[in-house]
Design a protein around this ligand. Structure first.
Ligand SMILES: O=P(O)(O)OC[C@H]1O[C@](O)(CO)[C@@H](O)[C@@H]1O
Length: 549
């Protein structure tokens, strides 16, 4: 039986367009149309999206928009905003948009057991967060010895780390209100040096875990709890530990006071959670105003996503361009290249967002999807990426599209450095798209005085095929409001692709098996008893034990 999406007329049209010999031609399209940038760039919520260095043309774009219509993408995103149960396997709404909307936005969530006033719940907690942040900054909330807090240590992993850590680093141009540290890995090499560098009397600890059962976070939380208690006594737990979680019972058992617990509902998915209590570290480190502006920027993108016409809608257009690359052109990876060092952790955040959301092989009905879904995402800030993996993007055997994120105005006074950075970002996009033919390359070598035989020998090695797509995303400046819009752009892009493919972006069953197996392996590492393990794991456990594990 044919999959409902591949049975649509626009799908057939797109499959035919993708099979054309010139389906990937970017150079020709660029050089033939001097207005291509104007025709294929759009603005929304303060950002600029530039699709001119992809092979998309009017016909392809029209077919992609028709496919989105056939898949009812806009209706599905509207259902998400209405708080309907869109995460069908876990029977939950996905209402992260409520976290960043004004109080009167009126978001409501279907709990499966009736509807609740999501906006009221969010704003009650936001008010408490705001008050707590003020108490810490003004020195009214202090540690067990009466010392004001100088540092905040966030213990969390996945969505309970990547978002707040990335945003806190991205907003480094703002004055630091508290020194912020993030420890996610259960590897003691992550936690031990951080604890060694902190003063327990002046450290506020955030245990960030939606479930409050994640083994890595809880193991680190226990270590930090003992560290506080042995330095300051049992009273330090109540004075200095804060929980960010939706599991109030487990939080209470851990000993965190209700007034130091900030909660959220299960309609906030882990990887979409930085906008609420999980983002407390951002507000503590960069100030409440910055956090509020971040939310405002994301809300502006939410409004744009919900109201802009399809052909002008940034998240939808980005989703369609990525889908053209991943699903129709079969590009199995894409690179995220932020040309701003402060966005160094953006690729890591995006990896979870994309790959945990859309790394799915069955659709919402449980049927296998007969086409590629989420590609592999990787990335590094430019220009560093140019000196590591960009070689493969320019001359490798596979085509790997890139998102090139550019910030127009810097927050430093090194104007020449910034111009060099921008020149490289633009040059990479141009080199990927236009390439340089063997003949052009050979001509350049001859002109430089190289002898003809040597120029001929080198020309295949120095040939750039071009026709390699990149998408530009431009922020006027990296500030809370534009960062919020950028992150919401990607969140909605991911949700739009899931809606198009008919998959569930909001569950993550693929992470469960490894957790279960780790629980069975831990006792074997303690006792050396490997009888219950598979032969390969058992062999490795015995080898590790012989080496002193
Ligand atoms: O916040 P929690 O419950 O500790 O979960 C952390 C992370 O673990 C996952 O559940 C699975 O890796 C992520 O989705 C989540 O962000």
């Amino acid at each position: 039986m044919q999959h409902p999406l591949t049975a649509t007329e626009p799908w057939a049209r797109l499959a035919a367009l993708a099979a054309r010999p010139d389906a990937g031609a970017i150079r020709r399209r660029l050089l033939e149309d001097p207005n291509r940038f104007a025709r294929l760039s759009r603005t929304g919520a303060g950002l600029l999206l530039d699709l001119s260095r992809t092979a998309l043309d009017d016909t392809t774009l029209e077919a992609l928009l028709a496919l989105a219509e056939a898949a009812r993408v806009t209706e599905k995103l509207a259902a998400m905003a209405r708080g309907e149960i869109v995460n069908t396997t876990e029977r939950r709404a996905a209402l992260h948009m409520a976290l960043r909307a004004p109080r009167d936005a009126g978001f409501r969530a279907d709990t499966g057991n009736g509807w609740e006033d999501a906006s009221a719940i969010v704003h009650a907690e936001l008010g408490r967060m705001r008050q707590f942040v003020a108490e810490v900054h003004e020195g009214r909330a202090r540690g067990a010895t009466g010392a004001p807090f100088a540092s905040v240590l966030n213990l969390g992993i996945g969505g309970s780390d990547l978002g707040p850590a990335m945003v806190t680093e991205a907003l480094a141009a703002l004055p630091a209100r508290l020194d912020a540290r993030f420890v996610s890995n259960v590897d003691g090499h992550a936690l031990a040096p951080v604890l060694a560098s902190l003063d327990p009397a002046r450290t506020l600890v955030l245990v960030a875990s939606k479930t409050f059962t994640t083994q890595e976070t809880m193991a680190n939380a226990k270590v930090v709890r003992s560290w506080l208690v042995s330095a300051l006594g049992e009273g330090a737990v109540a004075a200095q530990v804060v929980a960010l979680s939706s599991n109030a019972r487990a939080v209470a058992e851990f000993g965190v006071l209700p007034e130091r617990t900030f909660g959220f509902r299960d309609w906030v998915g882990g990887r979409f959670s930085l906008w609420g209590p999980i983002g407390l570290a951002i507000a503590l480190a960069r100030g409440w105003e910055a956090f509020a502006s971040l939310l405002a920027g994301a809300h502006a993108m939410d409004r744009h996503m919900l109201t802009a016409p399809a052909a002008e809608n940034l998240p939808l257009l980005l989703a369609l361009a990525h889908t053209w690359h991943a699903t129709f052109r079969g590009h199995a990876a894409y690179a995220c290249l932020p040309y701003d060092q402060r966005l160094a952790r953006l690729p890591a955040w995006l990896q979870q967002l994309e790959m945990e959301s859309n790394g799915k092989r069955v659709d919402v009905t449980g049927q296998p999807v007969p086409f590629p879904t989420a590609p592999v995402v990787f990335g590094e800030p430019g220009t560093n990426a140019q000196h590591s993996f960009m070689q493969l993007l320019h001359q490798g055997t596979q085509v790997i599209p890139a998102d090139i994120i550019i910030v127009a105005r810097p927050d430093h006074a090194l104007a020449e450095n910034h111009r060099i950075l921008l020149a490289h970002a633009l040059a990479q996009a141009a080199a990927l798209a236009l390439g340089r033919s063997a003949a052009e390359q050979e001509g350049a070598m001859l002109a430089s005085g190289m002898d003809a035989a040597e120029a001929r020998r080198l020309s295949p090695h120095r040939h750039f095929p071009g026709d390699r797509p990149s998408i530009g995303i431009v922020l006027p400046r990296l500030e809370p409001v534009s960062l919020g819009a950028l992150l919401a752009l990607y969140e909605h892009k991911v949700a739009a692709q899931a809606a198009l493919w008919g998959i569930n972006a909001f569950d993550q069953w693929g992470v469960e098996l490894g957790k279960t197996l780790a629980a069975g392996t831990l006792p074997a590492l303690k006792t050396g008893e490997t009888g219950a393990l598979d032969p390969a794991t058992g062999g490795l456990v015995r080898a590790l034990c012989r080496m002193g594990a």
